[in-house]
Design a protein around this ligand. Structure first.
Ligand SMILES: [Cu+2]
Length: 223
């Protein structure tokens, strides 16, 4: 190939004021986008379904992304209560770094533990509220049990995103304040095979939000 002729660059002949405006424009746009912050956030609705296609209560839904991971903050005042020899809520979602207390409202003592890699801990036979909250500092699922009452079981889902929710009785999760962007839509339920990771699918959230259905392959027979 013949060598290309190289021409010397012409000296810039742009008006300095116009150049200044051009420099400023992206910053102005960014400032406007920031100012519009909450208005720019969208709503994501997820309908969780079981293998049978029926609505799936207690499904955990969360949206992962690098930006979400950077925005995550610990939750305050999270309790996993025991009453009438049960965990009042079977599934609790917390963000990474959250501390959880385990108040016992029963007259009998409980002995709550988890052997899960996400969090291994043991609150030995206690009444009332143990003074030491438990820090959940790794994402994943912690399965809770009680040494005294074998039928007591609950789960804590630890997520690395501020955009998370627990399905209501109709299997619906409604997430507000989600910045538009590309996410991994993760869905977990205690009926998934033990140790299974949350279902994972891409989700693009536009300015108008998103509405999706997720069907989970459940195997566990739940009480
Ligand atoms: Cu117990």
């Amino acid at each position: 190939m013949p060598p290309r002729a190289v021409r010397p660059l012409a000296p810039p002949s742009v008006d300095p004021f116009l150049a200044f405006l051009a420099l400023l424009a992206p910053r102005l746009a960014a400032a406007l986008a920031l100012a519009a912050g909450p208005a720019a956030a969208a709503v994501v609705d997820v309908q969780a379904l079981g293998s049978d296609g029926k609505p799936l209560p207690e499904a955990v839904v969360f949206l992962e992304s690098a930006a979400a991971r950077a925005a995550v903050r610990p939750l305050q005042g999270v309790e996993v209560e025991q009453a009438q020899r049960r965990f009042t809520h079977r599934v609790t979602v917390v963000t990474v770094g959250s501390e959880v207390t385990f108040p016992n409202r029963d007259k009998v003592r409980h002995h709550v533990y988890s052997f899960s890699p996400t969090k291994t801990f043991e609150l030995k036979l206690y009444s009332g509220t143990p003074s030491n909250p438990v820090l959940f500092d790794r994402s994943g699922i912690a399965v809770l049990g009680c040494n005294i009452h074998d039928s007591m079981i609950a789960w804590i889902a630890v997520v690395e995103t501020p955009y998370h929710g627990l399905a209501d009785a109709g299997g619906a999760v409604h997430l507000e304040g989600v910045p538009p962007g590309s996410y991994r839509l993760r869905t977990w339920h205690p009926g998934l095979p033990p140790g299974a990771a949350a279902a994972d699918e891409p989700l693009v959230v536009g300015a108008g939000g998103a509405s999706v259905r997720v069907q989970l392959p459940l195997t566990a027979a739940l009480p």
